[in-house]
Write a protein that binds this ligand. Structure first.
Ligand code: ADP
Length: 629
């Protein structure tokens, strides 16, 4: 039994490969979590960090509320099962299973009891005297599981344990592992690249891509409400149809011209149209329209299409059709159809209750449930103004804000699943009015108006929570889940405390040069700054300094500066970084500054490639404030 908490976990391998970025996940005791994604997306690295086989670059890993970053693997009370089951060939199944206990000097009676019990659970009691070479692949994998079970770990980690098995056995072992999880009542974390395996086994699926969590939720929610194009097309078979086209508004209705073909228009239902009108989505621009094969019917009305192939799968039929202008097939999945043939000209009737729209660039989902609610806001002191409402933040929140948060065109960002209905000491109320509700399998999605703000606040509510259209209610935003974004989704809320970048500097102007000596640190030299000689508070601005390198360290940095003139530069050593969408927030140590200094730089290089370097401090890269006497 164990719960886990992964907080802002990053892994950067030596050489700078960013394998895992800002991984955040709460894993409940006894749950079955599956990490899924294409090869190289960081699944195994994450699992190995949990196991203690790989160091954590930054962030915190808690097992049962204990920080275990520095706890050795063998003391973490976990067991790991790998793809290659690596049984000892000269030992019997019994000896293989009992080996780890023997190493721990358990009494042989205890070993016997545990091995027999595990063998019973795995239904391999009759194989205990055999050697691995006398076993089938499935049986070997069961022995490997048995080896893990006898240790009675709190957490089971399984890394693609079935990928060496043939297809039939894989399906069978899938069920076996699910049953095993129920019998053992332990937390399982399972890694696979196979979406079907993931969807059928886990209660929480974490979809990863390129080192980032894309979405973590129940299989049903991932299927019904994917937050972006990646999740939408990664899960589901056959995969979601994606057609490019133009969003249009005609006679009060909102439609989508598939492949910009004015003849082939689908019209959104009223609620979707309202969501689009109330958002920042522009008309007459290109978007990606998505619909799953099961939500299209072959019909005599709708979009004209030509049948290119038909697959009869016994209880269902997959039809591959072609629509004008669209390169790929539009695939239809339907209960058994007998009267459909290749070269038929048919029509596609799309169920507009279940369609998706994605941004071409960001690939975010634009209708239905968003990954983030983004409400325009303005920050002042410790208050966030959202429309006519004001949210008061605590000092903890304020200490994590980057300077850019206070500028114009900022958004309060919060995930739909984080919105709460009960007040507590760490959330803030926001008054909303329910405009419409969409039903999903596990919950309802509420589209609510915040007075004075254009986009809806969208959140989930359990079906038994009796929320009705027209209701006015307070919802609560947990402060720890509020971020401040700009329109590119760069966050101005940092996981690290942001100190004010302050030092004390002595100023002296001689011969038209001003010498800014940071007390305890280096001296910067500028053309006359026209300030009186004396001591000042020196505040380094977050956005003005640029790193300079002697060597080419990143693709996009074309002109590495080789000449570093003393006088314009400060030496920094890196403490950590937090990559954003377009920038990289870095936390560095600079001589003379008491706390670490926070800077925003372009995101085309990682400080893990170069832990010390220099930054150029332009003459307007700092403020000088008279010291208070
Ligand atoms: P997955 O399990 O999803 O296939 P991994 O976690 O194995 O992905 O790898 C994530 C990324 O980290 C990949 O780009 C991989 O090449 C890189 N990587 C994995 N292990 C190492 C290592 N020991 N040193 C350097 N890079 C590594």
């Amino acid at each position: 039994m164990a719960s886990l908490l992964l907080k802002h976990i990053y892994k950067v391998y030596p050489g700078g490969v960013r394998a895992v970025n800002d991984f955040n996940l709460k894993i409940k005791d006894k749950s079955f979590v599956v990490l899924v994604g294409p090869s190289g997306c960081g699944k195994s690295t994450t699992l190995r960090m949990v196991a203690g086989l790989e160091g954590i670059t930054s962030g915190q890993l808690y097992i049962d509320n204990t920080l275990v970053n520095d706890v050795e693997s063998k003391n973490r009370d976990i067991a790991m099962v790998f793809q290659s089951y690596a049984l000892y060939p000269h030992m019997t199944v019994y000896q293989n299973m009992g080996f780890s206990l023997k190493l721990r000097h358990e009494k042989s009676a205890v070993i016997k009891e545990k091995v027999l019990k595990a063998a019973e659970v795995l239904e391999i009691s009759d194989l205990l005297d055999r050697k691995p070479k006398e076993l089938s692949g499935g049986q070997r994998q069961r022995v490997a599981l048995g080896r893990a079970i006898v240790r009675e770990p709190n957490v089971f980690l399984l890394d693609e344990p079935l990928s060496n098995l043939d297809a039939k056995l894989r399906v069978q072992m899938r069920t076996e592992i699910t049953k095993l999880h129920e019998k053992l009542q332990t937390t399982f974390i399972y890694v696979t690249h196979d979406q079907t395996e993931a969807m059928t086994m886990g209660d929480t699926i974490v979809v990863m891509n390129k080192g980032f969590i894309q979405q973590a939720d129940s299989p049903v929610t991932l299927f019904e409400d994917p937050v972006n194009l990646f999740v939408a097309t990664f899960l589901g078979s056959p995969q979601m149809n994606i057609v490019e086209g133009m969003l249009v508004k005609k006679e009060g209705k909102i439609g989508f011209e598939l492949e910009m073909n004015k003849e082939n228009v689908v019209w959104f239902k009223e609620e979707t149209a309202k969501q689009i009108i109330n958002s920042d989505i522009d008309f007459d621009k290109h978007y990606l329209f998505g619909v799953r094969p099961d939500h299209i019917k072959i019909s005599n009305k709708g979009i004209p299409a030509h049948v290119e192939a038909v697959e009869q799968l016994g209880d269902e039929t997959i039809v591959y059709t072609k629509i004008e202008g669209h390169k790929n097939n539009v695939v239809v999945k339907s209960p058994l159809l007998n009267n459909i043939n290749v070269n038929d000209d048919i029509h596609l009737d799309i169920s507009m209750n279940r369609v998706y729209l994605f941004d071409v660039l960001s690939e975010h989902s634009l209708i239905g449930m968003p990954s983030f609610n983004k409400l325009p806001c303005q920050l002042k002191d410790n208050k966030i103004k959202v429309g006519k409402s004001t949210i008061v933040m605590d000092s903890e929140f304020m200490s994590h804000l980057l300077a850019g948060a206070y500028e114009k065109d900022r958004y309060l960002a919060i995930k739909p699943e984080h919105i709460e209905f009960e007040k507590n000491e760490s959330n803030a109320p926001l008054n909303v009015r329910v405009d419409f509700i969409e039903k999903r399998t596990n919950y309802n999605i509420i589209f609510a108006v915040v007075d004075g703000v254009k986009p809806y606040l969208i959140f989930r509510a359990n079906k038994d929570r009796n929320i009705k259209v027209g209701d006015e209610l307070d919802v609560y935003l947990p402060l720890e889940h509020i971020s401040i974004f700009d329109k590119h989704d760069d966050s101005y809320y940092s996981r690290e405390i942001v100190y004010p970048n302050k030092a004390i500097a002595k100023l002296k102007t001689r011969n038209e040069k001003t010498y800014v000596s940071i007390i305890g640190g280096e001296t910067l030299v500028y053309d006359n700054l026209h300030r009186e000689d004396g001591e000042y508070e020196f505040v380094l601005k977050q956005d003005k300094c640029k790193p300079v390198f002697k060597h080419k360290v990143a693709k996009n940095i074309k002109d590495p500066l080789t000449k570093v003139n003393k006088g314009e530069y400060l030496k920094v050593s890196c403490y950590d970084e937090e990559p954003q969408h377009k920038t990289n927030t870095i936390f560095v140590k600079i001589k003379g500054f008491e706390e670490y200094v926070t800077l925003n730089i372009k995101n085309n290089f990682s400080v893990y490639k170069m832990p010390t370097f220099k930054i150029k401090v332009p003459f307007d890269g700092f403020e000088l404030k008279p010291l208070e006497k």
